[in-house]
Design a protein around this ligand. Structure first.
Ligand code: CA
Ligand code: CA
Ligand code: CA
Length: 171
């Protein structure tokens, strides 16, 4: 999959209502939805961290500050540097929300709850988990998860990304 196609799939996931624009509310709902899925309250320190990092990301993603992010805005911004400095911390914070026992890994139920909260179909989340669980121990590690998404959004080979964002239409 080329980088533009990979980014289209990610954008489609972010555009929860499918109107072609990611609104600030759609983007910020991700932390809230992930928190709910993990049974965390709004004042949980991990939820506060995820929201703070999300606000920082949004300010950069919505470059013209009109409250919406078009695909062109997203594509102009997304890339390896943006991923490493902005997206990876957000994804890590959302992972930590889902990691209810704090051991740095998610089991299938936690992973599926997280990715479903982030708007991926459950079947896609389960397929992505199977790809990521290379040791077949029923756990996905934080670093492996983030690295696989990085590979996807930067146009690299990412079987996990294809499983998570591809497969069935999103949105
Ligand atoms: Ca939208
Ligand atoms: Ca905008
Ligand atoms: Ca865990």
């Amino acid at each position: 999959m080329d980088q533009a196609a990979a980014q289209r799939l990610v954008f489609a996931m972010l555009d929860a209502d499918g109107d072609g624009v990611v609104s600030r509310a759609e983007y910020m709902a991700r932390a809230t939805n992930a928190a709910r899925a993990a049974g965390r309250e709004d004042d949980d320190p991990l939820v506060v961290t995820a929201r703070t990092l999300g606000e920082r990301a949004w300010a950069l993603m919505d470059a013209d500050g009109d409250g919406g992010m078009t695909f062109d805005e997203y594509a102009a911004w997304a890339g390896a540097e943006a991923f490493d400095t902005v997206c990876a911390p957000v994804l890590g914070a959302l992972f930590d929300l889902a990691d209810t026992d704090g051991d740095g890994t998610l089991d299938l139920a936690e992973f599926t709850a997280l990715r479903t909260a982030l708007n991926n179909p459950p079947a896609n989340a389960e397929a992505a988990f199977a790809v990521l669980d290379t040791q077949h121990d029923g756990r996905v590690r934080r670093a492996d998860y983030i690295a696989s998404i990085r590979s996807h959004v930067t146009g690299g080979n990412s079987p996990m990304g294809e499983a998570l964002y591809g497969g069935v239409p999103v949105g």
